[in-house]
Design a protein around this ligand. Structure first.
Ligand SMILES: [Zn+2]
Length: 386
C-alpha cells in the first residue's frame, strides 16, 4: 500500500481536502481518501508540496499532425490555417511522422494526461496508441460536403475504424465540421455510432457562421480555391450550430469543439436539444489560429458541461492541459481552480464514458495522480505520482 499526502487534494468528487491522505494499492487503485493522517503516525506517508489532482483527460487532440509543430504560421484565420495543414500534412516521410507521434505521446504522459480523445484521418497513430499507457479514444474523422459522396466516405471510415478495432483500440466515427460534412454523412455517422461518444469542430471562426447565414465569406473562397463546386449548398439563414445539430444529437455524448463564436442563443438552442452535450475548450489553439477565446463564463452561466482539449501540435506549442487551464484562469478571473480541474478530469472522463476508472480520486478508481504547483492561479505539473 502507498500513502500520499500534499497541501491540498483536489479529489473532484468532493471539496478540496487540506492535508488529506490518499491510500493506494500496489497497482495504483484508490483504496481510500482520508481527511487527516490521524492514526497513521507509524505509517510511511509520502509528503508533497502543492496540489494533487486526478490524471487529466484531454478531450481533443490530433496526434497525427504532431510533425507540423512550428510549421504553421499563427493568427492567419481558419481558412489559411486549413490551407497550410492540407499543403504540409503529407510532406514528410512515414518514419519522421511516426517519430513525431511517439514524442507527442510521451509529452502527453509527462504532462499528467491519462486519457485522450484523438482525431484520426488515417492509421498513422495505431501503432503508438496500441503500445501507449494512455487510454485513447480515436475519433475517425470524416470529411465530405457533397451529399452524393456520403455513402462512399462513410464506408472508408468504417474500413479505417477496423484498423483501430483490430488492435483493441476504442474508435468511433466523427464528422469534421459543419462546413465540410453533408447532413447526409452526419446522419450515417450518427446512426453507426448508435449512442457512443463522438465530436465535431464547432464555430471555430466567425466565417463559419457567415457561410451558413449568408452563403458568403472565406469558406466560399476556400472551396473555389480547391476547385470544388458547391452549388448543392444553400445557406440556412441560421448559425452553423443551429443548421446541423439536430442531425447529431442521437450520439450519446457529443463534444462540440472550440465554440469560439457560439452565441447565447446557440448555447440555449443546443442545451434544449440534447442533455448529452459537452463543450470542449482549446484556448491555445483559438489564440494560435483566430486570436480569440471562447466565452467560458457564458457556458458556465448556462450550466454547460465543459471539457478541455489541447488540439494538436499544428495549432499549439505544447500538449499541456495545465497550459490550457492557465489561459482560461488568467482571462476569466471568476473561474476557480477546482472548477477548471473538474473540466480537465471528471467531465472529460464522462464525455469519453470512462468515469468508472478515471476523472476523480475516489475509492475503486485508478485515475492517475498528478502533483501540481500553483503560483496564485498559475498551474504547472511538478511530478507524476501514479
Ligand atoms: Zn481539432
Amino acid at each position: 500500500m502507498r500513502f500520499i499526502t500534499a497541501d491540498t487534494i483536489y479529489s473532484i468528487s468532493q471539496n478540496p481536502i487540506n492535508n488529506g491522505v490518499i491510500v493506494l494499492d500496489e497497482v495504483g487503485q484508490i483504496l481510500d481518501v482520508l481527511h487527516s493522517d490521524e492514526g497513521l503516525e507509524k505509517t510511511n506517508i509520502e509528503k508533497h508540496k502543492g496540489i494533487i489532482s486526478p490524471g487529466f483527460v484531454n478531450a481533443h487532440c490530433h496526434l497525427e499532425l504532431s510533425h507540423l509543430k512550428g510549421l504553421i504560421p499563427e493568427k492567419t484565420g481558419i481558412v489559411d490555417f486549413a490551407g497550410h495543414v492540407i499543403g504540409k500534412r503529407n510532406a514528410i516521410s512515414d518514419e519522421l511522422k511516426q517519430e513525431a507521434i511517439r514524442l507527442a505521446d510521451e509529452e502527453i504522459q509527462r504532462n499528467g494526461i491519462v486519457a485522450v480523445g484523438d482525431i484520426s484521418n488515417d492509421d498513422s497513430t495505431v501503432e503508438v496508441k496500441s503500445k501507449s499507457r494512455i487510454q485513447y479514444h480515436t475519433f475517425i474523422e470524416l470529411i465530405g460536403f457533397n451529399p452524393l459522396n456520403a455513402q462512399k466516405i462513410y464506408e472508408t471510415g468504417i474500413e479505417l475504424r477496423k484498423k483501430y478495432w483490430d488492435k483493441n483500440l476504442i474508435a468511433t466515427l466523427a464528422p469534421h465540421a459543419s462546413y465540410s460534412v453533408s447532413l447526409e454523412l452526419m446522419n450515417l455517422i450518427a446512426k453507426e455510432n448508435d449512442g457512443k461518444s463522438t465530436t465535431i469542430h464547432n464555430q471555430e471562426s466567425k466565417t463559419e457562421n457567415e457561410f451558413f447565414e449568408k452563403g458568403t465569406g472565406d469558406f466560399i473562397k476556400l472551396y473555389e480555391s480547391l476547385g470544388l463546386k458547391i452549388d448543392y449548398f444553400k445557406p440556412t439563414t441560421k448559425s452553423s450550430l443551429q443548421s446541423y445539430l439536430q442531425n447529431l444529437v442521437s450520439n450519446k455524448n457529443l463534444a462540440l469543439v472550440h465554440n469560439t463564436f457560439s452565441s447565447e442563443e446557440d448555447i440555449r438552442f443546443a442545451e434544449k436539444l440534447s442533455a448529452n452535450l459537452f463543450w470542449c475548450l482549446c484556448p491555445n489553439a483559438n489564440l494560435y489560429i483566430e486570436q480569440s477565446l471562447p466565452n467560458a463564463p457564458l457556458l458556465i452561466q448556462n450550466n454547460c458541461k465543459i471539457v478541455i482539449g489541447t488540439d494538436g501540435l499544428a495549432s499549439n506549442h505544447q500538449l499541456s492541459i495545465t497550459d490550457e487551464l492557465n489561459k482560461l484562469l488568467n482571462q476569466f478571473p471568476t473561474i476557480s481552480i477546482n472548477q477548471s480541474l473538474t473540466w480537465a478530469t471528471l467531465k472529460g472522463a464522462e464525455f469519453l464514458g470512462i468515469q468508472n476508472q478515471f476523472g476523480s480520486i475516489e475509492k475503486g478508481k485508478k485515475p492517475g495522480l498528478v502533483l501540481l504547483e500553483n503560483e496564485g492561479k498559475l498551474l504547472s505539473v511538478s511530478k507524476i505520482l501514479q
